[in-house]
Design a binder for this molecule. Sequence first.
Ligand code: PMV
Length: 313
Amino acid sequence: MPATTAYAPGKIILFGEHAVVYNRPAIACPVNKVRAKAVLIPQPKGEPGSVRVQAPDIGLDSWLEELAPDHPLRFVVDMLLEHLEIDHIPACILRVTSTIPVASGLGSSAAIPVAVMRALTGFLGISLPDEKINQLAFRVEQLSHGTPSGIDNTVITYSLPVYFIKEQPLTLLHISTAYTFVIGDSGVSSPTSRTVAAVRSGWQEEPERYEGIFDQIGSLTDRAKEFLERGERARLGELMDLNHELLVELGVSSPQLDNLVAAARRAGALGAKMSGGGGGGNMIALATAESAPRIAHSIMRAGAAGTITTTVE
Ligand code: PMV
């Protein structure tokens, strides 16, 4: 039996983060330059059912059953086998690596389970539809985030640009033009659960103000969908700037993110905003193929820990 390998990409949220938790639309795209990788290596001489889990990035090398039941890697394997009604799998090593920065809004917590499920089903010779992978990946997101909207697992499972509303059928975006984005890492890791919880307590204290902000984010996301599909870059950039200001009002940006956003705009970005949970993590800037290196340089000079230039088409 040969080894089975599967990948899942990172992602960026172009519009609508946080408001999407409150049933407003959001737009997200896969980022293929970073990805999670899962490899299942058969161990023909091993005890049936024994699974060695190795995640060298985090120094993990352990038997699956020695991990806590809510450890994300054990959780995803147990959940998948339960769903498939399989008690024991052939002895194997599950090796997981990822180039997606952790806790930075690029979807690492959804990409790893998607890659693991695809590798494991491939190893077992079972084909599981994307819809099912997506549902199961959502359960892992619930474990790590509490109340996720489901956008991360969806964009990562389908690996296509999506217009997403919680609990509604998925809309794939039809983008005719290529868009270049520069992603800037603030270098500050920030768990999504923290900013999601902060927004929730703000919303409980001032429901009208927060609902008003969510409405504004929702309607600019709808306009952004049209501009994206029609190739109207400049207007799309303006909406990114507006979305950033609304995220500042929600209190989920940070001085570092604001600084990187300003640096991108100074270097000629058509628009820039924080992306994902915020509080740290990443920002994105709309560039062109020509302006991207200049914008990336400016973001680095403003203190970014790294940049990724990605194209969405
Ligand atoms: O995983 P992150 O940091 O990209 O955040 C996901 C986006 C949020 O809207 C903040 C949360 C959610 O579940 O949609």
